[in-house]
Design a protein around this ligand. Structure first.
Ligand code: URA
Length: 231
């Protein structure tokens, strides 16, 4: 691994800052100053900075409160991505679990542990996702029943899995899905003759979006939250 990447991973500092620190001769490898950011760190090398040995931390697990206007992609030519919201740490290697539409807000999980993310998103493991929607028309019992029974969406040949839908004040609805299809919540309400005006994801499995987290902010998951997706 390159020295700048090692320093970023070990300190959590963005890559550019790590490069600057290396250039400014703040980093030693085996007690000798190294100013080349591309230096390849060997397994036996001891990297230190300001007298402290640096160690690569384990994988990172984060929750993000996604605002409207950001896409859940690593790169996008037209819109900012949720990774652009992560400014105070090295974001290289982070992937997104459970994508949301550009106009949907709420809980997004990120990690550089690919196996963990796979469990979170794999249809095999069925971690339910809870959404809060604001609808154009009041929610009727027929729609609640259609969600519970499963429905055929346009262009698909398999009905949706049974989903819970409950009415909230002011044309609101809380929906619990046990699968993840493209634009699923919006398409299910559209199939029932309604329209989603706004959509927000509250939880995935047992992880609920922290209500102290403002839009655009992230926090590390707790050990209990991380473990909740493991067997
Ligand atoms: N369903 C949708 O329609 N959009 C989302 O972003 C998530 C679920």
């Amino acid at each position: 691994m390159r020295l700048d990447k090692f320093v970023s991973h070990a300190t959590g500092l963005p890559r550019e800052i790590s490069k600057r620190l290396i250039r400014k001769r703040q980093v030693q490898v085996n007690g000798t100053m190294v100013s080349n950011a591309a230096y390849q760190v060997a397994e036996t090398d001891v990297v230190s900075m300001e007298g402290q040995d640096l160690h690569i931390a384990g994988p990172r697990y984060l929750m993000l409160h996604k605002p409207v206007g950001y896409v859940c992609a690593n790169e996008d030519g037209d819109h900012p991505t949720v990774l652009d919201l992560i400014v105070d740490m090295d974001k290289e290697g982070l992937s997104i679990g459970g994508r949301l539409d550009i106009d949907t807000t709420g809980l997004v999980l990120l990690s550089d542990d690919g196996q963990w993310l796979h469990r979170v998103t794999s249809p095999k493991h069925l971690f339910s996702k809870v959404y809060r929607a604001t609808l154009q028309e009041p929610l009727g019992q027929q729609t609640i029943d259609s969600f519970a029974a499963g429905m055929l969406l346009r262009g698909e040949d398999k009905p949706t899995a049974p989903a819970q839908c409950e009415a909230l004040p002011d044309n609101g609805a809380r929906v619990t899905l046990n699968e993840g299809r493209y634009h699923q919540v919006k398409r299910m309400f559209a199939a029932c003759g309604n329209h989603v005006l706004s959509l927000h994801r509250e939880s995935i499995g047992t992880i609920t979006l922290d209500d102290t987290l403002a839009e655009g902010q992230t926090r590390a998951l707790t050990e209990t939250e991380i473990q909740s997706f493991l067997p």
